[in-house]
Write a protein that binds this ligand. Structure first.
Ligand code: FES
Length: 310
């Protein structure tokens, strides 16, 4: 079968195909690992994300450099000869051939693919990831002059937390003036957001008349109340007067707000999460945690099952 015989001087077809395959490399695996680290970092830590991005840039660069080696006309690195192997005569490299059409098409395909990939991926990543890094803080809110908060009385306070966002940012807090503790004003300010799934809790006691007051920001509505605790209408969660869970599915005490007094007005600061409050009123002992989502344990062994809120 003369046709099946290889003619001297001709390269078999399969060998030629293999010669065009890129040499094996670890860069794609490194890049994939870096992307996985970025995604994991979005859940657990900003620093893991930053480290993942740095790794992705390095591995991505090395990968692109490797796959475009031929297009750029860079020679493949030579493998070191095995010790003891007979030395072969080194051939002088041939004159570099011109920029062929196949190389141009290969480069154009890679470049076009990368451009399309970037156009599709970057906006999606931007919209999905960027909000986690933009400022989503809690602006301080003026909830009115101190004379609206008599000592030892509870007020249900409804306010707009962000004037720019309007009614969608309306929130409610339960505020009690505890008087002075070591000559320092003390307030108990509890968020009404249930820490089971986020339903609005209500004071277990008769609400008073609604009263609108003017502040330096937006109008605030007050209603005096005498609660024995707080209850959630969704799944029966119950809290005592300090916001500690006493029944139902909530996993911790109700969140609270920092506060400050500026020019005779009470201002709400950032919210914080609480596991459990010991004591009452001005004597309460509270360990503050970063604001956590409803359903999340902030202490104890259970906290390891919940990702850190970015
Ligand atoms: S949301 Fe409050 S008990 Fe479920």
């Amino acid at each position: 079968m003369a046709d099946e015989l290889e003619r001297p001087g001709e390269t078999p077809e399969h060998e030629d195909a293999e010669a065009h395959l890129p040499s094996p490399t670890i860069w794609p695996f490194g890049f994939a690992g870096a992307v996985a680290l970025i995604l994991l970092g979005l859940i657990i830590s900003f620093w893991a994300t930053a480290f993942g991005i740095a790794l992705a840039v390095v591995f991505g660069f090395l990968w692109i450099r490797q796959v475009t080696r031929e297009v750029r006309g860079e020679p493949e690195p030579l493998e070191a000869p095995a010790p003891g192997a007979a030395e072969e005569p080194v051939e002088e490299p041939e004159e570099a051939e011109g920029y062929t059409r196949s190389k141009f098409l290969e480069g154009a395909t890679l470049g076009l693919g990368a451009a399309i990939g970037a156009i599709v991926t970057v906006p999606v990543l931007g919209f999905a990831v960027a909000p986690a890094f933009v400022d989503q803080g809690y602006p301080d809110v003026d909830i009115g002059p101190l004379e609206n908060y008599p000592e030892e009385e509870w007020q249900i306070v409804t306010f707009t937390s962000n004037a720019d966002k309007g009614a969608v940012s309306r929130r409610t807090a339960f505020v009690r003036n505890n008087g002075l503790k070591d000559q320092v004003p003390s307030f108990t300010i509890i968020s009404n957001r249930c820490v089971h799934l986020g339903c609005p809790t209500q004071p277990q006691g008769p609400p008073g008349e609604l009263r609108d007051i003017e502040t330096s920001q937006t109008p605030v509505t007050l209603s005096a109340t005498t609660p024995s605790g707080f209850g959630c209408p969704c799944h029966g969660g119950a809290y005592d007067i300090e916001g500690n869970r006493v029944a139902g599915p909530p996993v911790r005490a109700l969140d609270r707000y920092e506060f400050s007094i500026i020019d005779g007005s009470l201002w709400l600061g950032s919210p914080y999460s609480v596991s459990e409050v010991e004591g009452e009123g001005a004597d309460a002992v509270i360990v503050k945690y970063r604001p956590a989502d409803p359903g999340v344990h902030v202490d104890g062994p259970e906290q390891v099952f919940y990702p850190i809120v970015p």
